[in-house]
Design a protein around this ligand. Structure first.
Ligand code: AGP
Length: 609
């Protein structure tokens, strides 16, 4: 969840670290800090709050060509300056930055305190600085000292360490939290994700769990804690990784919402096969013959990725007639799930680093199940660990609230549904219908986006509500869940989604003129039944915002506001309706003056449990 950046080379480190932290701020943003090797001393600066507070302290004034920076998402201890990273040993010789959780920190703190160490923060991470410093007294070098320390700690880490007595040297280690090394000419960088590296180099190497790397401007040496030295693999970054500017948009969220025609076109690009009315999915690594043996599909993800998975389950059931369900990855992995040979497991994640999604993947693979991934970040942990999959190619998503990644997830799941359907009973004609609908999707998203101003005025009508309901039936229920999540996340309004059919079983008790309901209302077989539910809400004076492609006079009578979306294939309503709901949540949050890109308490990539 925290952002990590480190540099060793020939240029001044501090400006590079600050630039890296700006690119990583979406990972965590409650405090930040840098440390630079300045002659034979470590000079550190930290500040609580947003990165501007650190920038105001002029870190660029610290001269030196080797250093590291950190932006924090608090797990242990509040967001104070003392708890901000880097943490230093008492003699200021060793500094560390850490992403993850040290589970045995309490015992280690007690032991170190008894030995006379003075703790300056409440964090679990600080023990690492003191332990490594202690090991340096007997170890031959920093690499050995770090390896010895890692053997006694339990937990997860993406870690970078610097020693004032080993110039231009960094040691990085990974267990459960991503660490990627950028390889430049006479310079090397370390980061928690590639977004911070792409403006410096395209050549990167991902550390694997259990790796410890010694890094100097000339290169790196990687040691596995289990198996000893290993030859690091390098990969080239995707051409879109460096695209992290906001352009003319006031924030990343609005930029990413408006990028969806292009991001969807990239997800679909080269994959629609109109000749055979199917799709091409090169990276699945599962043959059509093997897929014929699949009896059921299980989709896993967290948050928005889980909701996209729920929509995917509806699509696969209806297009491929395969029994499909979706479940939150964290719940799945803790219930000792039965893993079956003829079930296809699909894990969905924008970042490819979400801890619970990765843990679920490993649990399935340990038990012999086959896992494919739907993932945005090329080379992420998930992308490397799954047996095959579909890259979304949505481009970097910076805003904490997922928007363009969500629609690309749904589009990727639609591709999978068509593929599975066409090797089963989906007729060429029915395959052709959804392919044409997929093809039309980017332009239809543009149509929804053109209503941004109207949606802003609808948002203005409900921004003062304390709470809102989101409803949808059957395949529209996951759309309601996603709409409610967006509103909670960025507007801090309580929002609850439930299937429309549940109205009379409880929620109706809360309906009055102060409780708005936002309804996802596709023009499908259930339209009449849903309209009856709207009538029941209307009879209790509940304001209703309807997102629909139906032209039905009854809706005009019942709804306080209608947002129209274009007609599409039944499977693809989640894409068009979600875009309208993203704009709705955005405009409510914006009108309330919230920081939409960095909502309180959240972080983009949840790399801890
Ligand atoms: C969505 O708006 C959220 N910020 C969050 O639910 C997110 O989708 C979830 O943490 C999963 O992330 P992932 O797609 O990177 O795995």
């Amino acid at each position: 969840m925290c952002g990590i950046i480190a540099y060793t080379g020939t240029q001044q480190a501090a400006p590079i670290l600050m630039d890296g932290l700006r690119r990583l701020a979406y990972r965590g943003y409650d405090s930040a800090g840098v440390v630079v090797q300045n002659r034979s001393k470590l000079k550190a600066l930290r500040a609580a709050g947003k990165l501007e507070n650190l920038a105001a302290r002029k870190p660029e004034s610290i001269k030196g060509t080797c250093g590291m920076g950190h932006t924090r998402w608090a797990t242990h201890g509040e967001a104070t300056e003392a708890n901000a990273h880097p943490h230093l040993s008492n003699d200021q010789r060793v500094a560390i930055i850490h992403n993850g959780i040290i589970e045995n920190a309490d015992q280690l703190r007690t032991r170190l305190s008894n030995e006379g160490v003075e703790f300056l923060s409440e964090t679990d991470s600080e023990v690492l600085a003191h332990l490594i410093r202690r090991e340096l007294d007997s170890a031959e070098n920093l690499l050995d000292a770090v390896c010895n320390t890692l053997k006694i700690i339990q937990g997860t880490y993406g870690l970078v360490v610097i020693d004032s007595e080993q110039p231009n040297t960094l040691v990085a280690a990974r267990a459960g939290s991503p660490v990627v090394i950028g390889i430049g000419e006479n310079e090397m960088l370390v980061a928690s994700d590639t977004t911070a590296l792409a403006s410096h180099t395209r050549e990167v190497s991902h550390l694997l769990d259990g790796d410890v790397a010694l890094i100097t401007p000339k290169g790196m040496q990687v040691r596995s804690l289990d198996t000893g030295l290993r030859e690091p693999q390098t990969t080239q970054l995707d051409e879109h990784t460096a695209e992290t500017g906001r352009g003319e948009f006031p924030n990343y969220m609005l930029k990413e919402i408006f990028e969806q025609p292009e991001s969807l076109a990239r997800t679909l690009g080269g994959r629609l096969d109109k000749r055979f009315n199917t799709v091409r999915l090169g990276g699945l690594n599962v043959s059509a013959r093997e897929l014929l043996d699949v009896r059921a599909v299980k989709i896993l993800g967290c948050g928005t990725a889980y909701y996209a998975g729920l929509s995917g389950a509806h699509m696969i059931e209806s297009l491929a007639r395969l029994s499909t369900s979706a479940e939150p990855a964290a719940e799945f992995r803790y219930r000792n799930p039965v893993i079956e040979r003829d079930v296809l497991y699909v894990v969905v994640s924008q970042s490819g680093e979400t801890f619970d999604t990765l843990a679920a993947t490993r649990e399935i693979q340990r038990k012999g199940g086959q896992v494919i991934g739907i993932n945005n970040v090329v080379g992420s942990s998930l992308a490397r660990e799954v047996d095959g999959g579909i890259y979304m190619h949505a481009g970097p998503e910076i805003s904490v609230a997922s928007t363009k990644a969500y629609t690309s997830m749904v589009a990727s799941l639609a591709l999978l549904a068509v593929y599975l359907g066409r090797i089963r009973d989906l007729s060429p004609e029915a395959g052709g219908q959804i392919i044409s609908a997929l093809e039309a999707l980017p332009a239809q998203v543009t149509e929804v986006l053109s209503q941004s101003e109207e949606i802003a005025s609808v948002a203005a009508q409900v921004q003062n509500a304390k709470s809102a309901f989101f409803i949808g039936r059957a395949a529209a229920h996951p759309i309601a869940l996603e709409g409610a999540l967006k509103l909670k996340e960025i507007a801090y309004l309580h929002a609850e989604a439930y299937p429309t059919s549940e109205l009379k079983h409880g929620p109706l008790a809360l309906i009055d003129e102060n409780m708005p309901t936002v309804a996802a209302l596709p023009n499908d077989d259930l339209l009449d039944k849903s309209i009856s539910s709207l009538a029941e809400i209307n009879a209790r004076r509940g304001p209703i915002v309807v997102i629909t492609n139906a032209n039905d006079p009854r809706i005009e009578k019942l709804a306080s506001h209608i947002v129209r979306v274009p007609d599409t294939h039944d499977a693809l309503h989640p894409v068009l309706m979600a875009v309208a709901l993203q704009l709705f949540a955005y405009h409510v949050a914006n009108a309330l003056g919230k920081d939409v890109d960095q909502p309180r308490n959240l972080a983009k990539s949840v790399t801890v449990e």
